[in-house]
Design a protein around this ligand. Structure first.
Ligand code: NAP
Ligand code: SF4
Length: 723
């Protein structure tokens, strides 16, 4: 029976309309998409997953899909990655399904066979064709062995049903095993599993049929269909429609959208991809089949989701990372509190990058994600008055979580607004989503009644004063704590951040030399030829900004599709514009910049090697296409009126540029810390017994090297847990 509350939703009526699947009803149109988190393999991973998924079910999502579980050893993504093949393995899942059901949610398990993408020596595929992103070559399966793979899928689905799952998702996209049979490029077989389209799609059709046979009619089967492969010799649009019809006839309940193979050289989920940039693909399939269609990729707000469903572009919305960022995404939207949603910014820094680096998955904007059991944010036994100096990511994070615990927080910043370096990040094309992080923190400060004092350069004597001595500096600062006594702060948190490092280089005080802060804030004043000293995250950001013209393609889907060579008419197999393999070749339209930009580092390693694993290649590819000259192994000699003098490969060279922008890393801003250290009233000693005011240092002020928003926000939460 559909819930009246959802039916009557004023703001998002279409996403809160229940979805009737015949034998069961989903309470809304939001699917938490599959995402590997690393908990699947952790020793206490099933307990953690039960808490993690249970928390998302509590948040009201319509249907959850787990990370992928392989149906056999050869299908595992790496040695020891999760599989579901036996009753013993099945038993462990019951804790997940019961916790989700206890929270009135529904959950499907994803069956993922990675085929030639697996990183181990037992991998199998349609043909022995090595993936460009793998150093292992798969073994070609015999005809009988293909039959065994299909049975393994059916067995896995049957075990999932026994474990209490409401359904399974069969992963048929992203270039994995099933996709490898469908595409000509990876299927060179001449038996009944290769050759014609009929033969190449026999595998997914047989898998769906046998899964349906084994699981019965009252079980959700989602098929994740690669709707646009974004690789050479991928499926044609007609083949996509035909496969969808075959999947429907074979017994699927819902078809989900897969976008791009992992080896595709087109960004499909990074923050620089516009919101809902691929919904047009799902939309093309609407009306061609009768089963509901789910769309996905870079949908991160209820407003966008509502617009998609309302306009008939899809029946349902899949979001994966947004549920790492905020487990209460659906609940907040339902309660018309979407301004309180902690929005996924598509950075990949704590989720996918962590997975590819073998670290546990979490979220930059929500460090609690996947570690729900690790952090104790229960109410503080003794609420304290805490002064936080610095409203960058670390100070903001601490303030919000400490205020949640009941502490009375006064947050100071010398600037006229909160955000610190986030205010620079939002100016970089492709990083506009950081506006959402600022909006989120601003709203939380308001809700938690944190007293915000802006335009205030805090001194030691300020910290000795009582909190009531400061007039409020923003609308979020209404103090309703009710405290009337005027004692000083109990604890101080120093989150003063960093200042740009000035390298010891002759002529660094030349007027041509500009810090990255000035360059980003006053981009229009920068000359037509530029040398960027330092090729870390900020050097790349500056080079991106300086070579960019016009509208940011992150905000314009047509422009983005054009830039990355995606064929929105879908006239070519794989959905790429006529040319060759994809965006790095001739078919993309990223324009070369009129500005000459050198991006340099002293290290001999590849320029950009320190960038994120899943996004670094995008930044490198973009700057290369724009004509940025990336130089490694550079020795800087001096700067003078002629420009920047460097030595490379033993040869001296003068880069005759208008400006030299210093992006040479950061140093901690510790003036206030030094002043506190000189005062007998403060201490950082844990055993101070309350005789002195204790201070803590977090974020860039604590450690400038390798600092980024991810570490800063996490440090803020960790300290809040401790106080
Ligand atoms: P960074 O990543 O540490 O890079 C600093 C750069 O300056 C390096 O290329 C370094 O290379 C160079 N350098 C260091 N000392 C120098 C010196 N004395 N003289 C000349 N060059 C010097 O720092 P960042 O670019 O300021 O970024 C700060 C943090 O923010 C980093 O952790 C970064 O990951 C993060 N961030 C990330 C992104 C992202 O997209 N993921 C974007 C922005 C910032 P050599 O030593 O080889 O010359
Ligand atoms: Fe989204 Fe970044 Fe969090 Fe990943 S780490 S879920 S991309 S905000």
């Amino acid at each position: 029976m559909p819930n009246e509350q959802y039916l009557q939703h004023e703001k998002y009526p279409d996403i809160f309309k229940p979805l009737d699947l015949g034998f069961t009803t989903l309470k809304n149109r939001i699917l938490m998409g599959s995402m590997h988190t690393g908990m699947e393999e952790a020793s206490d991973g099933f307990e953690k997953m039960a808490t993690y998924f249970g928390r998302r079910a509590q948040g009201g999502v319509g249907l959850i899909v787990t990370g992928g579980f392989s149906p056999n050893i050869e299908g595992c993504g790496a040695d020891n990655l999760a599989k579901l093949t036996t009753k013993e393995e099945m038993e462990k899942h019951k804790i997940i399904t019961s916790e989700v059901h206890r929270n009135k949610g529904k959950i499907a398990m994803q069956i993922l066979h990675t085929g030639r993408y697996g990183f181990h020596d037992k991998i199998v595929s349609a043909s022995a064709v090595q993936a460009p992103i793998n150093f292992f070559t798969p073994r070609e399966l015999t005809s009988d062995e293909v039959e065994k793979q299909i049975d393994d899928f059916a067995n896995c689905a049957s075990l999932a049903k026994e474990a209490g799952y409401d359904g399974v998702e069969i992963m048929g996209s992203e270039g994995y095993f099933i996709n490898q049979f469908i595409a000509k490029a990876t299927n060179h077989r001449t038996d009944k599993w290769g050759g014609s389209f009929e033969n190449r799609t026999r595998l997914p059709v047989e898998i769906i049929k046998r899964v349906r046979d084994r699981t019965g009619e009252d079980f959700i089967i989602i098929y994740r269909l690669s709707m646009i492969d974004l690789v050479k010799d991928g499926s044609t649009w007609d083949e996509v429609i035909e496969l969808a019809l075959k999947a429907e006839a074979a017994g699927v309940t819902i078809i989900n959208t897969g976008i791009g193979w992992h080896e595709a050289r087109v960004p499909t989920i990074a923050g620089m991809v516009p919101r809902a940039a691929f919904t047009w693909v799902t939309s093309k399939l609407m009306g061609k089949v009768n089963v509901p269609l789910i769309t996905s990729n870079r949908i991160n707000t209820p407003e966008v989701a509502q617009q998609i469903v309302a306009s008939g572009q899809a029946d349902m919305i899949s979001m994966a990372r947004p549920f790492l960022a905020d487990p209460d995404f659906v609940k907040k939207a339902m309660e018309n509190r979407s301004d309180e949603i902690n929005t996924c910014i598509g950075c990949n820094q704590a989720c996918l990058d962590h997975i590819f680096e073998g670290k546990s998955c979490s979220c930059l904007v929500n460090p609690l994600a996947c570690r729900e059991t690790e952090f104790d944010l229960s109410a503080a036994s003794t609420p304290k008055r805490i002064a936080v100096v610095g409203a960058g990511p670390a100070g903001l994070s601490f303030s919000v979580y400490a205020a949640q615990k009941g502490h009375d927080i006064t947050l100071f910043d010398a600037a006229s607004d909160i955000g610190g370096l986030l205010n620079l990040a939002v100016k970089i094309p492709g990083k506009e989503e950081f506006h959402e992080t600022l909006r989120y923190f601003r709203r939380e400060l308001e809700l938690l009644r944190v007293k915000v004092v802006l335009n205030k350069k805090v001194t030691v004597s300020d910290l000795i004063l009582c909190r009531d001595a400061f007039p409020t500096g923003s609308s979020s600062s209404t103090d309703t704590s009710g405290k009337t006594d005027s004692s000083a702060f109990d604890e101080i948190v120093i989150a003063t951040g960093v200042m740009p490092r000035v390298p010891e280089l002759q002529g660094v005080d030349n007027p041509k030399v500009i810090s990255y802060v000035d360059a980003i804030n006053n981009c229009h004043k920068i000359g037509r030829s530029v040398a960027v000293v330092g090729a870390g995250g900020i050097g790349f950001d500056v080079a991106t900004l300086l070579t960019h013209e016009g509208e940011s393609s992150s905000l314009d889907t047509d422009l983005y599709l054009k830039e990355w060579g995606i064929d929105d008419k879908y006239l070519n197999p794989g959905g790429l514009l006529a040319g060759d393999e994809g965006n790095l070749s001739k078919n993309n339209q990223i324009k070369s910049s009129d500005r000459t930009v050198y991006l340099m580092q002293r290290k001999a390693t590849k320029v950009g090697a320190t960038l994120g694993k899943t996004t670094g290649w995008i930044h490198r590819a973009l700057l290369k296409k724009r004509g940025v000259i990336m130089l490694n192994d550079v020795n800087y000699e001096k700067i003078d009126e002629k420009g920047l003098h460097i030595v490379r490969d033993g040869k001296k060279e003068v880069l005759n540029v208008d400006n030299i922008i210093i992006c040479a890393g950061q140093e901690s801003l510790l003036t206030l810390v030094h002043d506190l250290q000189s005062s007998h009233l403060f201490t950082d000693n844990v055993d101070a017994n309350g005789k002195k005011i204790r201070y803590h240092i977090i974020g860039g002020a604590y450690k400038a090297g390798e600092l980024d928003a991810k570490k800063a926000i996490e440090q803020g939460v960790r300290l809040a847990c401790d106080l």
